[in-house]
Every structure is written in structure tokens, then in C-alpha cells.
Design a protein around this ligand. Structure first.
Ligand code: HEC
Length: 119
């Protein structure tokens, strides 16, 4: 039964997804601290963020599957360095973006990106 095997595979993925974020080679920063920082800066007031409770908001896109995307905000190649740049100063990349500069520190941005890239 192919379907049964597929369902079994899905549930394994679900179990794995419930665990702590996996270590990702090449990703710096502390994803656990990053998750806390995301809520401290209230990023979830505009974005749905996997694992972070909040309303269903769509001001910005949901911050999910970022590690699988090739491009950030339509122009940047997806990399941790580019994500940190965007989080710290979005207007430097897109002067017209609705995302505000929230004065995020380098360390907080690095930890946030570590969390977002592990989701
Ligand atoms: C006032 C609303 C608002 C807040 C607050 C906000 N953002 Fe954004 N964010 C946006 C918008 C608008 C975009 C660009 C368009 C989009 O992705 O929908 C964006 C884009 C992004 C992207 C790129 C997403 C993609 O799909 O390419 C990331 C990453 C991101 N924001 C992270 C954050 C983080 C981290 C915080 C908290 C420090 C934050 N945002 C706070 C509105 C916001």
C-alpha cells in the first residue's frame, strides 16, 4: 500500500518537526535565542512565524520555508548574511518596503535568522 507508506512517512516528518530545530551546517547564531528575540521585537505582528504564536496576519509574508527559497524580498539571494542585512535595515535594500527599521542588533538579527533558517 503506497498510500500507507506515504502516511507513515508524513507522521515521521511530523515527529521530527516537533523536536528542537536541527543543527544546520554553515548557519551561525543561536536559534533558541532567536525565537525569543523574534517575539521581543514583535515580528509576529506582521508575519506569521512557524512555532511562534500570534494572529493570522499577512502584512508581510509568512516566514516559513525560508531555507528552501532562492530569493528574499524579490531581489536578494537567500543567505544568512542577506537576511541579517534585511532584518537590520530593510530600507537600505528596498526604500519603499512597509517593513520598518526596528533597530535590531547584529546579534539579535543573526539569532533570528538562525531560527528562521531552521524552520
Ligand atoms: C510593519 C510590518 C512588519 C514588521 C513589524 C516586520 N516585518 Fe518583515 N516584512 C514586512 C514586509 C512588508 C516585508 C516585505 C514583503 C513581504 O515579504 O511580504 C517583509 C519582509 C521580511 C522578510 C523577507 C521575507 C521574504 O519572503 O522574502 C524577512 C526575513 C522579514 N521580513 C523578517 C522580519 C523580522 C525578523 C522582523 C522583526 C524584527 C520583521 N520582519 C518585522 C513587514 C514587517
Amino acid at each position: 500500500m503506497k498510500l500507507l507508506r506515504f502516511v507513515a512517512m508524513l507522521s515521521t516528518v511530523g515527529v521530527l518537526a516537533g523536536c528542537a530545530p536541527p543543527e544546520r551546517p554553515g548557519v551561525q547564531g543561536d536559534p533558541v535565542r532567536g525565537k525569543i528575540a523574534l517575539t521581543q521585537y514583535a515580528c509576529q505582528s506582521c508575519h506569521m512565524i512557524p512555532g511562534v504564536p500570534g494572529s493570522r496576519v499577512y502584512v508581510g509574508r509568512p516566514l516559513s520555508d525560508l531555507d528552501k527559497r532562492k530569493v528574499l524580498v524579490g531581489t536578494l539571494e537567500t543567505s544568512q548574511a542577506n537576511m541579517v542585512r534585511w532584518i537590520r535595515d530593510p530600507q537600505a535594500i528596498d526604500p519603499h518596503t512597509a517593513m520598518p527599521n526596528m533597530g535590531v542588533t547584529e546579534r539579535d538579527a543573526l539569532d533570528m535568522s538562525a531560527y528562521l533558517l531552521s524552520r
